[in-house]
Design a protein around this ligand. Structure first.
Ligand code: ADP
Length: 286
């Protein structure tokens, strides 16, 4: 296709002579299958690498504990680091399980009307203590009463991952806002933070599995690099999409666009705080 630049395809071709003058050619486009195979191989290679790191660290730490048996201070320090590594390993395994399960569930097949308020409410509940620990104020804005089509658990996971990141990559005493918009036959859920932001040249890569802008920082926060890959997968499975806007150093907005349930309508509601950290906040003085 000269009009669309260079591209390549993988074809499986079989030729059979029918008679003296004709040949039957069967061509099968295997491009997709080959790409899926490559992606699967990469994923398995990445998984082994990612699992080996915390397991290796735990092996070293347990040796260190053995060697420091007479020094309670060191034992305590090494044990703390072991807990950190095992926590990371646990999260990693959970997310790998999530991701594999998503591969088999088709949310559109079992689709039902899912109230957006319930999805956001549950996603915010799960991050309440993480937000409190960093004095981050959670704010819910936009209309209520909308519904989308899909699988509620998956949608809660997607919004939760985005809010989780917004908190993880923001400094203390900032604000994370979850907004809702009705756009034609879609509902957009936006998650906005005042955090570290993402450099322009990194933006195209952040939805890749195991990709992290700052390996060291992500390791510290316990990130696995799978959160956004899961969000992207869930959005696509719902025939929606996820996009990002970010200004390095100033903050990010992630937008999850989902098909609106045709029967759902909006009820107006002003922006209001939804968490119990409101006591820490001097509102209106910023
Ligand atoms: P992780 O487990 O490392 O957070 P994700 O897949 O959720 O993995 O995110 C991939 C990377 O994208 C993160 O490591 C981080 O560098 C960047 N990122 C994601 N969300 C945000 C955000 N709200 N602000 C700044 N950077 C972010």
């Amino acid at each position: 296709d000269p009009g669309r630049g260079e591209s390549s395809a993988v074809l499986g071709v079989r030729a059979t002579a029918l008679n003296d003058s004709s040949v039957l050619l069967l061509a099968e486009d295997r491009t997709q299958r080959q790409r899926a195979d490559e992606a699967r191989r990469d994923f398995v290679a990445n998984i082994s690498h990612e699992l080996k790191t915390p397991i290796g660290a735990m092996a070293l730490l347990s040796e260190a504990i053995e060697g420091a048996a007479d020094d309670p201070e060191s034992v305590r320090r090494f044990a703390g680091r072991m807990q950190h590594e095992s926590g990371r390993l646990g999260r990693l395994v959970n997310e790998i399980i999530d991701l594999s399960r998503l591969q088999f569930d088709n949310p559109v097949e079992s689709a039902r009307a899912v109230p957006v308020d319930a999805v956001i409410g549950e996603a915010l509940d799960r991050v309440q203590s993480a937000a409190e620990a960093k004095h981050i104020r959670l704010v819910r804005g936009g209309p209520h009463g909308l519904a989308v089509i899909g699988d509620k658990d998956q949608l809660v996971t997607a919004v939760n991952n985005l809010v989780d990141n917004a908190i993880a990559y923001s400094p203390e005493h900032t604000r994370v806002a979850v907004g809702v918009r009705e756009r034609d036959d879609a509902v957009e859920i936006t998650i906005t933070d005042q955090g570290i932001g993402i450099p322009d040249d990194e933006l195209p890569r952040i939805f890749e599995r195991f990709y992290r802008v700052d390996q060291a920082r992500s390791r510290q926060t316990g990130g696995t690099g799978l959160g956004l890959a899961i969000v992207k997968h869930i959005a696509a499975a719902h025939r929606g999409e996820v996009s990002v806007w970010s200004s390095h150093g100033a903050g990010s907005t992630f937008t999850l666009r989902l098909p609106r349930h045709p029967g759902s309508h909006t009820t107006a509601d002003p922006v209001r705080p939804v968490d119990s950290t409101a006591a820490d906040v001097t509102e209106g003085t910023a």
